[in-house]
Design a protein around this ligand. Structure first.
Ligand code: SF4
Ligand code: FES
Length: 550
């Protein structure tokens, strides 16, 4: 690979790359504001300027380019020598920082971006440390520019990343630069809000605290947030994301860069779709019908009682009506591991149990934005994965939800799983299952819940580890961000507990990697051994400040 030298360090680059991108790929920092790898290069902020020497094509001698060069725009070349730490480059960095801070309110203590703000960070690293500006600052307004986004205009540094995003990625062009000189500001056209399916990305793109996410506004300081890599858990996109949480509570989801999947973006639907995780009416305790002599309906009970009842319901049904008289419907919201362990449990009781994939919600058809980003119509993360796993138990005989509902009245007992972020049952399904003894594993109340014999509380995707197979047929694993709410358990753990109770032994803790290895030995599931994409471990950021114990 060709190399160039930046501040005395050799850096490899791919032909066609800019100096800045080559440096960033080598984890070498050059300050930058207007540059973003997903957007056109405009070279307007000028903080990335450097002294550059390159070979004279005729003589082969190194020659300095007379002026400072924007590294975001200048292509890297073999043998190039770049200095971002020369007196001239440093003087430019200080001047740019001083210019950007002239009218900035410096309201970091009340700004959501504090702690992850490039203006704040670069001010420490490249700024002057004091202001020479004595005049009054220009005040700019705060604007409500869209359903999800607020604009604090006087924090804006006019990098135009947000404007370019709405032109190049979404093609909706809601944002504009209005005015000129010191009075220019970002704005929307009158009567037209920043309202598209990807609008939340502008808050991530904004290098300062000008564009803010209303949903996260004043909710939490960013340095308290833990980051867990995850996968979109509510649609079939397989988009990579970060779950940012604190004390078992999600505060926000942000895109995790993956150039093969979602690049740098996620949809608003995914970004704000986690709220059901903390709904007040989450199912949190096992419940069993008739277990309490004073309560003919369901009553909360211990897991041991619920497991015994669930196992005896299935075993009694299979014994009384023969093999194939029980069924399992696995929700496409569940992981491959959940599907495998649930099918293993049910099939250990009834080797011919009917297997089905639960309802797969769809909204319209897939939508592709001009920048290539696809919003998927399928609103479940793992329909393909669940079907793939169930097919390994019943090749060619796995039903869809309608097929299961049609068979439900012939089943003596059925295990039904939900875990959808919103209502998912149909009147036909509720009616068909009313004649069957149902063991329900779900996260939220549903009409089936009232008539179920046993209700077990499941875990949302942020509360468990597992693997999803996306609409692009990409298998991706993810770890759990935090433990399930109250007494809820992941469906994988519930299945392991139920298997252990049936076999009269102690339960084992769920280990997603071990279960994937076990699954991969089954016909048709070899991909789970070597074709799963695992998230790259996130190295915790070390603080450069001394913490003072109070
Ligand atoms: S609002 Fe943010 S992203 Fe948009 S131009 Fe200003 S600083 Fe850049
Ligand atoms: S990042 Fe190069 S000029 Fe803005």
């Amino acid at each position: 690979m060709p190399t160039l030298t930046i501040n005395g360090k050799e850096v490899q680059f791919t032909p066609g790359q800019s100096i800045l991108q080559a440096a960033l790929d080598a984890e070498f920092e050059i300050p930058h504001y207007c540059y973003h790898p997903g957007l056109a290069v405009v070279a307007s902020c000028r903080i990335c300027l450097a002294e550059v020497w390159q070979k004279n094509p005729k003589t082969g001698e190194l020659q300095q380019i007379p002026k400072l060069v924007p590294t975001c725009q200048q292509h890297a070349a073999e043998g190039m020598v770049v200095h971002t730490d020369s007196p001239k480059a440093i003087a430019n960095q200080k001047s740019v920082m001083e210019y950007l801070l002239i009218n900035h309110p410096v309201d970091c203590p009340v700004c959501d971006k504090a702690g992850e703000c490039h203006l704040q960070d670069y001010s420490y690293q490249y700024g002057r440390g004091h202001s020479r500006f004595e005049e009054s600052k220009i005040k700019q307004p705060k604007k409500d520019v869209g359903p999800h986004i607020l604009l604090y205009s006087d924090r804006c540094i006019m990098c135009t990343r947000c404007v370019r995003f709405t032109r190049e990625v979404t093609g909706t062009a809601e944002l504009i630069v209005d005015g000129r000189g010191a009075m220019e500001q970002i704005d929307v056209f009158p009567g037209r809000a920043l309202d598209n399916e990807l609008s939340g990305n502008v808050a991530d793109l904004c290098p300062v605290g000008a564009l803010l996410d209303k949903d996260f506004l004043f909710q939490q300081r960013v340095w308290f947030l833990d980051k867990t890599p995850s996968i979109d858990g509510i649609t079939a996109s397989g988009d990579n994301l970060w779950i940012e949480h604190h004390e078992d509570r999600v505060y926000r989801l942000k895109p995790r860069t993956n150039l093969e999947v979602n690049k740098w973006w996620i949809t608003d639907e995914v970004r704000y779709g986690w709220k059901f995780v903390h709904r007040e009416d989450r199912l949190t305790m096992p419940r069993v019908r008739g277990v309490d002599p004073f309560e003919p309906e369901q009553a909360p009970t211990a897991y041991a009682t619920a497991s015994r009842r669930a196992n005896s319901l299935l075993a009694d049904a299979a014994k009384a009506k023969g093999e194939g008289s029980t069924g399992l419907m696995v929700s496409p919201m569940l992981t491959c591991e959940d599907a495998y362990l649930l099918a293993k449990w049910v099939r250990s009781i009834d080797p011919k149990a009917v297997l089905a994939v639960g309802p797969v919600p769809r909204q319209g058809s897939d939508k592709t934005f001009p920048g290539g980003f696809v919003v998927h119509a399928e609103k479940a993360p793992n329909a393909r994965g669940v079907r793939m796993v169930l097919e390994s138990f019943a090749p060619g005989a796995v039903l869809d939800a309608d097929g299961f509902v049609a068979r439900a009245s012939t089943l003596a007992a059925a295990v039904v799983t939900g875990n959808y972020p919103s209502a998912w049952t149909t009147p036909a399904m509720t009616k068909a299952l009313a004649a069957t003894k149902v063991i329900l594993i779900d996260t939220l109340p549903s009409p089936i819940e009232a008539s179920a014999e046993v209700v077990l509380p499941g875990a949302t995707w942020v509360e468990k580890a597992g693997t999803f197979r996306s609409a692009r047929d990409r298998l991706q694993s993810f770890p759990r961000a935090f433990a399930p709410v109250d007494f809820a358990k992941s469906e994988s753990q519930l299945a392991l507990d139920l298997l252990a109770e049936r076999e009269g032994r102690a339960a084992v803790a769920f280990d997603d990697a071990a279960v994937r290895a076990e699954m991969a030995r089954r016909p048709g599931l070899a991909d789970l051994a070597g074709a799963v994409f695992h998230p790259v471990e996130h190295a915790p950021v070390e603080s450069d400040m001394v913490f003072v114990e109070l």
